[in-house]
Design a protein around this ligand. Structure first.
Ligand code: SD4
Length: 307
């Protein structure tokens, strides 16, 4: 297998995911193997309350997962509102590889995972349950900004703040410039039952196109879906914009479209070109991304933001 030339992912916790992806590539894994291995890291981490095991539940107390995996040849698989399985990204991969479909949701996704032999797990951890019960006391659905100054004790922060808002989006490029990506999340904390965000939707939470680029998003999914965010970022790259300029154009478009309605809302995009160029841009301060180079060195960068 070729050396993994570049791995990038959303947020500082993406650094550990990148390293797992890098190790998988070193061991001979394909790009899809790599992005899957990266996604497994936060999925298994009970202290990450916005991905996989330990994720905050919907407002009825069910942990429901959204994930998508995609390569640059149009192969894509996804699950939404998946329950009882830790590794949503692997179920998404199974949808891609073992069904004629690209997206399974809810009960169908959950049954498919069981039929495929995925271990069944009680996903609501005591810590996440405590945060949910705390939230139930006021039960305000109030998605607000995701910026550094809003981190409080677990469960105390408003919706949309850093702890309940961190989806992993991971993009990888091999030495030949081929691309793949994965995106995995438990979605917005205490969301309505049945709510699906941007993350599992190709063209919203993730998009990959051979010879053009790969992009992923994090933040308030509704705002990303409204503009088909990552499809837009990749389309801009197709027209010649750099990854960073393409991400900036997408957040500027959200700002133009939504104006005062999204004053405190965070959205961030991260993109990777076939030549290894990386760029990111967010609406607000606080969005970070992790970059791992061909030697396995990882660094975390703050993304530029509007204003
Ligand atoms: C969602 N985009 O479900 C996800 C949540 C999240 O970082 O990103 N956050 O809307």
């Amino acid at each position: 297998a070729q050396a993994p030339a570049m791995i990038v992912s959303t947020w500082d916790f993406g650094a550990a995911a990148n390293q797992a992806a890098f190790a998988r590539g070193r061991a001979g894994g394909s790009l899809i193997d790599m992005v899957e291995a990266g996604a497994h890291v936060p999925e298994l981490d009970a202290s990450n309350h916005s991905v996989g095991y330990g994720g905050y539940p919907d407002r009825d107390g069910h942990v429901t997962l959204d994930a998508v995996i995609m390569d640059d040849a149009g192969n894509v698989g996804a699950v939404a509102a998946l329950e009882n399985v830790i590794h949503a990204i692997s179920v998404a991969r199974a949808v891609m590889e073992h069904t004629p479909h690209v997206l399974l949701v809810g009960e169908g996704a959950t049954r498919f995972a069981r039929d495929q032999g995925f271990p069944q797990t009680k996903m609501l951890t005591p810590e996440a349950e405590t945060a949910w019960r705390e939230w139930l006391k006021t039960a305000q659905y109030r998605p607000v900004a995701n910026s550094e100054n809003q981190v409080g004790p677990a469960g105390s922060e408003p919706l949309g703040s850093i702890r309940n808002h961190d989806t992993l989006g991971l993009l990888a490029r091999d030495a030949g410039g081929r691309l793949a990506g994965a995106c995995t999340t438990s979605g917005m904390a205490f969301k309505m039952r049945g709510r699906v965000g941007d993350s599992p939707l190709a063209g919203c939470g993730l998009f990959v196109e051979r010879g053009v680029g790969a992009a992923t998003s994090s933040g308030l999914g509704e705002e990303v879906v409204r503009i088909a965010g990552t499809a837009r970022v990749v389309a801009s790259m197709r027209m010649g914009l750099s990854p960073g300029a393409a991400c900036r154009e997408a957040v500027e478009h959200i700002r133009r479209l939504r104006g005062p309605k999204i004053k405190e809302v965070q959205v961030g995009f991260l993109a990777l070109a076939p030549d290894g160029t990386v760029g990111a841009h967010a609406l607000l301060p606080g969005f970070t991304y992790a970059v791992t180079d061909a030697e396995g060195r990882t660094r975390v960068y703050p993304a530029p933001h509007l204003d």
